[in-house]
Design a protein around this ligand. Sequence first.
Ligand code: WT7
Length: 657
Amino acid sequence: MTHEIEIESTLKETRKFKPDAAWARRANVPGQAAYKRMAKDAAKNPQRFWARMAKEHVSWFTPWKKVLDWKPPYAKWFIGGKTNVSYNCLDRHLEGENAWRKNKAALIWEGEPGDERVLTYGDLHREVCKFANVLKGLGVKKGDRVILYMPLVPELAIAMLSCTRIGAVHSIIFGGFAADSISDRVNDAQAKLIVTADGGWRRGSIVQLKGIVDEALEKTDCVEKVVVYKRTGHSVNMKDGRDLWWDDLMAEASADCKPAKLDSEAPLFILYTSGSTGKPKGILHTTGGYLTHVATTAKYIFDLKDEDTYWCTADIGWVTGHSYVVYGILANGATSLMYEGAPNWPDEERFWRIIDKYKVTVFYTAPTAIRTFMKWGDDHIKKYSLASLRLLGTVGEPINPEAWMWYRRVIGRNHCPIVDTYWQTETGGIMISPVPGGVTTTPGSATLPFPGISADILDHDGNPVGPNEGGFLAITKPWPGMLRGIYGDPERYVEQYWSKFPDKGIYFAGDGARRDKSGNFWVMGRVDDVMNVAGHRLSTMEVESALVSHPAVAEAAVVGRPDDIKGTAVVCFVTLEGGVEASDEMGVELRKHVGKEIGPVARPDEVRFTDALPKTRSGKIMRRLLRDIAAGRETSQDTTTLEDLSVLARLRESDEA
Ligand code: WT7
């Protein structure tokens, strides 16, 4: 078998940025020596390290009896411990020595049209207690699944925290997904309640949410009630006996609701993500370990202090929003800023205006956004002070050194450290990242595993590779925030994550990486059929099945092509049914069709028509070959198994046409 990893050996980045001494002195990990002590101590005994973190950063109703039970690939953390996530994010900031936080901002929110709201910890606690009572009143019980399909409004955070308060399991569906994506997830989770809104704002238009839920519910029969939050105020259809207004329910609800004492391993949420095969996977996270992981990493990587105004630009519908807009941030009693809309509404200065207006101190965004800002030009940023910023972060995909340097210079004004944080929906929290103040950074590298995380780069046989050799990025020891399974599909869990290096208890993340001589990790991207488009994971297979659901399409193959802004662009090779003519209009129609089936995130960048797809003799589509064609590269692949070589020639001709 050929090696799947292609090392981008052109990356010879050597610039280094040592933590500034004055900055480091004030940091939660105050300097390189402190970091080294922390990392060394954690490496000696990761379990003891995480137990200490769980004691320091999480409050427990009942202490755990055992730190870890590890029967690969099944882990349980903090066994016997009882806690509650909403208690940790809210109640404990209203008690004892933290009681002063009652009137501190928990959430600062700005809507796209410019409306503003601030919810203090006291406010958020009250709203969460009320909505938890609403959920109970609607018959939601511990362990029941609740779907949240909402715009980026405080009520989404309220609904999440309310679920955790009573032990219900939320599953958030990003507001950009279409009806079929919703019904698939609702059915898989067997949810009995959906919380949604009439709509949300995006670039000045209303995103229909309730209408899409109505359409999705035609294909499900488990949902009993739909709670609708009024955001846009446009008229929506309300089905008698099924649909209820959020405001009506809240008006009646009591603000008194004790947090349920939940087992450390009680399910917390399910979040669906794309895999290389089959339908989306419901990644399951549980309570105590997840909370320990996200609270600890948020505190040290974002260096959170009570004075901070922290802004993560991710939508809560992605894992970044779960862990680092809501749970990890509120668990620290910090202030989390949320902005509902698009970065270029009403103009391209929106983000910088928000930073100056609220004096944002810590800013966390995606490389694709950074590359977009670069394209918009520095002039739109220069007139803003951005002087409040003290720390910058990135997540979602590898950041190219050029974008990293631009981020440092133009946004960070050369004085903010950058934390490039590598992690996944499955890992729950950050895995590889600098700890600012303690770690020397280098543009394009996520640097070192967080203390307590054991990562390595392995070859096909599971042996570590040498410095600067490409290999598979693997996690070699269990960690507290790790996924506990794929909802309803235990076999897929084993197959997907633990079978690359069988029986070794080694997690394979799906990414290729190398490590340089100083031990820094360089993530090179996915090695499977998953595309990372603008920081979001899409499976080639899902886009293909959306394409073939169109009556004109006979067969389709989808691959990623490197793209300056989005990281990866979606390119589709399509063969049409006999009698259907290939045309530009058909291309437009198919792009729209995919957008409608899966959601705008998945809309293809390019559709190419071909009368045949290149296949091996056993009938497998040769994707790597298509990847080369899509990228306009001479193919480096072995074509000896290609069934019909003329297909390749014809695909290239169509490229030149
Ligand atoms: C995939 C996970 C983690 C929240 C957002 C995406 C890629 C993520 C980085 C980074 C290089 C990165 C990987 C990973 N990725 N962060 N800092 N450097 N690659 O979550 O949808 O679960 O996707 O995103 O390929 O496997 P996700």
